[in-house]
Design a protein around this ligand. Sequence first.
Ligand SMILES: [Zn+2]
Length: 213
Amino acid sequence: MQPVRFDRLKKVLCVGAHSDDIEIGCGGTILKLLEEHPDVEITWVVFSAGGVRTKEATASARDFLRRAAKSQVIVKDFKTSFFPYQGEEIKAFFETLKAVQPDVIFTHYRDDRHQDHRVLSDLAWNTFRSHVILEYEIPKYDGDMGAPNVFVPITRAHCVRKAKLLMRHFGSQRDKHWFTSELFLATPRIRGMECASRTLFAEAFYSRKLQLL
Ligand SMILES: [Zn+2]
């Protein structure tokens, strides 16, 4: 397992169950990473999008990855909310992602209360045995925000850009009362406070194991 250094990353794999998960969970980190290291190759995989959400997911990913020299966006149409019951098909597809050979994987939090999120988190650990996995958080009704232990300081500009892109691209979600710019700024402000970020903001992740050198 290699230690994580942004300036040494070559390949990053982002995995999200639904069309806006990667953006909400680690969008600011990806914006920052590509601003500083545009040569990093990003593979961005959304497991469940259909109809209008496919277009939304693709357009949003394109904007978040605009600075990337090389990127790949994969949008699948596994049935939302039924991931635990489509395990075999999802696992079979997940196996194909081994070919990406990522240095770091961003995926869902192991104890996330959404069943689709948990399936992908478990499969990430199941599939990538000696990789660095960082689990992101998704605020939701269920109230499963915990105490993450890895922080990536980001600027207010990153947060504003992330919120703007989310609001611009995900029209199908705008009627949900939680889907607001305020939430997308408030969460990183709290995490920024927790890690004493000089820029005030941060995105936060869960790490199960990291190698120190
Ligand atoms: Zn989701």
